[in-house]
Ligand binder design. Structure first.
Ligand code: BTN
Length: 274
């Protein structure tokens, strides 16, 4: 009797044409490219920005040098992760993109909810599933140089941990989500849902700014009403009750000394350890 091995790598079926056909019509058509392997989709799109005619999605089935926030490495595995970047041109200057990570988090959370994947948001830009990191967002922007000062490009990199082995959690020292059935969904349908949600959100962000997203972000806040700490360079700088984000995307904490607003930077938000 021979054992039959099921090939669960649903990324094998990914196709730009299929994704485009499954996307909702968008005000901004997006060019879609899929590569078997690259170092980092963010790095590739940033390097190619001057050549891009319009919004472009680059998806890599495997990344060998994935970049995370704060100079960290982003680990992924073919068939068990989704790694892609979307280069988007905004008709606003780069300083108007403050808060964009929050809008992207909302867009992804709402798109995932359509697949019955209910996530919460961890400020500034992580998606949590059952308290574990399901996805991270790395936005790199370009405003200076050859583009006019009232125009800016953002490369929005997204990594989703669909069903990584728990050894990855051990390696990075933080709990990573695992939703094995997500990796078995039709990946073209999943990508089309995510891309449609992102495209709609980016158009709305350009026209209405962060104001269109703060209420939605706060309703998805993983730590609303919970005791959290803000850590800067390994030191706890604030501890208090999480109170959501304000109109410019700062995280609010009610501390014994009053309400504090924290800007995104190299600080990290953590639930207080028991
Ligand atoms: C984080 O640190 O939470 C952000 C991780 C972002 C990873 C994605 S994977 C696709 C894109 N390409 C990269 O090199 N990084 C982003």
């Amino acid at each position: 009797m021979s054992a039959c091995r099921y090939n669960a790598d649903m990324t094998a079926t990914l196709s730009p044409e299929q994704i485009a056909a499954l996307c909702r019509p968008s005000a901004q058509p997006v060019r879609i490219r899929i590569v078997e392997e690259t170092g980092s989709t963010n790095a590739d799109l940033l390097a190619g920005l001057p050549m891009l005619a319009g919004p472009t999605l680059l998806l890599a089935k495997h990344q060998t040098a994935g970049r995370g926030r704060a100079g960290r490495t982003w680990l992924s595995a073919q068939g068990k992760s989704l790694t892609f970047s979307l280069a988007w041109k905004f008709g606003v200057p780069v300083h108007a993109l403050v808060g964009l990570p929050l809008a992207v988090g909302v867009a992804l959370a709402e798109a995932l909810a359509m697949f019955n994947i209910d996530v919460k948001l961890k400020w500034p830009n992580d998606l949590l599933y059952n308290g574990r990191k399901l996805a991270g967002i790395l936005i790199e922007s370009a405003g200076a140089g050859s583009v006019p000062h009232d125009v800016s490009w953002a490369v929005i990199g997204i990594g989703i941990n669909m069903s990584l082995d728990q050894s990855v959690s051990e390696h990075i020292g933080r709990p990573v989500a695992s939703i094995p059935w997500m990796a078995e969904l039709d990946q073209n349908t999943l990508m089309a849902g995510l891309l449609s949600g992102l495209a709609d959100a980016l158009v709305q962000f350009e026209h209405e700014g962060l104001a269109a997203f703060t209420g939605r972000w706060n309703s998805l806040d993983a730590y609303a009403g919970q005791v959290v700490t803000i850590i800067d360079n390994g030191q706890v700088v604030h501890e208090g009750i999480g109170a959501g984000v304000d109109g410019i995307g700062r995280f609010l904490i009610d501390t014994p000394g009053g309400r504090v607003a924290v800007m995104a930077g190299d600080v990290s938000l953590r639930p207080r350890e028991a």
